[in-house]
Design a protein around this ligand. Structure first.
Ligand code: FAD
Length: 497
């Protein structure tokens, strides 16, 4: 701890964003890296607590936060980066996208603003890339063992890098045309520009990780082939089954899952098409082609979480005429103070994202809590009487009443209302891993939530087959997926002797 009074002398340097008017017109990252001088003061704010909750309770990766805070304060950036690399394969990703539970559990957060840990993390890794410290580290010896990883999201990538560095041959199979999982096609460019991800993928490639894209395991290659050809298999397939709505009118055109909508938008940007991009692949149906851009549309986003917020930001940029976001849960506590009312735990408080700020500035945002959908109705289009396309949603307000050990939503009589909408985006999270042909061919057991069951060594019910990330936990966070990938890799390495 370099400056014992740092937390009294200096105010927190919070995240900085580009001006709304500027960022609304493009898809570039909204955040800006904080200047190094400011971060030196920020590092000085760390109190080097006897029990660093940020490291031990907040961060699933157990990042050595007080150590690198101090090194940044002392200007020892390379050492700070070496400490950061010990626990985190991709700090440039978490330094941009993590909700930072470490900051909520920072001891300063008891009664004042916490250390900007996420900003420091981001600055360290960007300095490391800038200085050329981040180079490929291929193994010095080869073990001759070959591991298949199914899925190239953060858990598969972290495991792949760890296993390759341990000297194993690693092939990552990905059904999509580009590796990265949700980092590539779920998370919009304005939160993570894809060249940041590509920069890291290049490092993995140069270390010798092999990527086989456009290969759906279970369809293009069989479970039998995997078992026969590889010494171990890691399933890192994500939580692929989106939560749906079972209400009348659900099959109308113009009602899409959030991930399909967001993937389509990102694909359009990567392929150099305009923000009005509205087609996916050749084989996609006309229905998708027609609806996957929000331009000129009244958009209804169902789901008040981060995915819903990403849809708000994307629809705002595409030129939606209105965006309504609804959530079945009650409105969280509107906490304006800078400290954490539920320290050291993650507080349930109202959060306003950069996307909400943008839609508000354009005057197109409406948010509703404790609301659910009763029905979708079609609209009549010119020269067409069959009302195949969504035109409105019938909604109803709910009250959360105690039921057994929990609470249950109950409709409030007479509270129905209607919202006109041409594009409905379902952003209600995921149920569990997709119960695909691959998983049934492998004969795996599932846990009580329908995800892949594993033991404490990340091994599934079938010896030699491991699972990590959202395919085991259900939809979660990048930082948890990274942690899982690293731990599963370590178990696979031990398993292979
Ligand atoms: C829109 C959205 C935004 C999010 N934003 C954030 C955020 O800002 N911060 C945060 O911490 N978390 C965020 N999350 C959650 C986070 O992205 C996930 O928790 C994380 O990506 C899970 O990583 P994973 O490696 O388990 O799986 P995924 O990232 O889901 O990757 C799984 C990969 O496996 C592939 N796959 C599946 N089956 C097969 C098969 N049979 N053969 C070959 N490939 C297959 C899929 O195509 C996919 O690419 C977000 C999630 C969504 C949906």
């Amino acid at each position: 701890m370099g400056d014992v009074r740092g937390f009294i002398k200096f105010e927190r340097s919070a995240s900085k964003y580009r001006p709304v008017e500027e960022r609304i017109g493009d898809y570039n990252e909204v955040n800006i890296t904080i200047p190094v001088e400011e971060l030196t003061e920020e590092g000085a704010r760390c109190m080097d607590c006897g029990t660093p909750f940020c490291h031990s309770l907040g961060c699933p990766l157990a990042n050595l936060i007080p150590e690198w805070n101090d090194l940044v304060f002392r200007g020892k950036w390379e050492e700070a980066w070496m400490r950061l690399e010990l626990t985190n394969n991709f700090p440039e990703i978490t330094g941009r996208l993590c909700p930072a539970p470490c900051e909520e559990s920072c001891t300063l957060s008891i009664n004042r603003a916490p250390v900007s840990i996420k900003q420091i993390e981001r600055a360290i890794i960007e300095k490391a890339f800038g200085e050329g410290w981040v180079i490929p580290r291929p193994p010095e010896t080869e073990t001759g063992r070959h591991i298949a990883i199914v899925g190239s999201g953060p858990s598969g990538l972290a495991a792949g890098q760890q296993l390759r560095r341990a000297g194993h041959r690693v092939t990552v199979f990905e059904k999509s045309d580009r590796p990265g999982g949700i980092l590539m096609y779920g998370i919009p460019n304005f939160k993570l520009e894809k060249d940041i991800l590509e920069r890291r993928l290049d490092q993995l490639r140069e270390e010798g990780v092999i990527f086989e894209t456009d290969v759906e395991v279970g369809v293009d290659i069989s479970a039998r082939y995997l078992k026969k050809k590889f010494d171990a298999v890691l399933l890192a397939m994500g939580a692929g089954e989106p939560r749906d709505l079972d209400v009348p009118g659900r099959d109308l055109e113009g009602i899409v899952f959030a991930l399909d909508y967001l993937s389509c938008a990102t694909k359009g940007i990567l392929e150099g098409k305009t923000s009005r991009y509205s087609g996916q692949e050749e084989q996609d149906s006309q229905r998708e082609k027609k609806f996957l851009s929000a331009e000129g549309k009244r958009v209804l986003v169902i789901g008040g979480g981060d995915t819903g917020s990403d849809c708000v930001g994307t629809a705002t940029r595409q030129g939606a005429t209105s965006v309504t976001q609804i959530e079945i849960l009650p409105k969280p506590m509107d906490w304006r103070e800078s400290y954490n009312p539920q320290w050291p735990y993650w507080p349930k408080k109202l959060r306003k994202s950069s996307s909400h700020e943008e839609a508000e500035r354009r005057g197109i945002l409406k948010q509703e809590w404790s609301v659910t959908v009763k029905e979708f109705r079609g609209k009549r289009e010119s020269g067409n009487n069959d009302m195949k396309t969504v035109g409105e949603a019938k909604l109803v307000r709910v009250e959360w009443k105690k039921s057994g050990n929990g609470y249950k939503p109950t409709e409030i009589p007479g509270s129905q209302f209607t919202i006109e909408s041409d594009l409905v985006i379902l952003a209600m999270g995921f149920l569990h891993v997709k119960h695909s042909k691959l998983l049934s061919e492998l004969g795996l057991e599932f846990n009580e939530r329908g995800n892949i069951k594993i033991d404490r060594h990340y091994m599934t019910s079938v010896p030699g087959i491991f699972a990590a990330g959202d395919s085991h936990t259900g939809a979660s966070l990048i930082v948890r997926a990274l942690n899982h990938g690293r731990r599963a890799a370590s178990s696979i390495d031990s398993f292979l002797g």
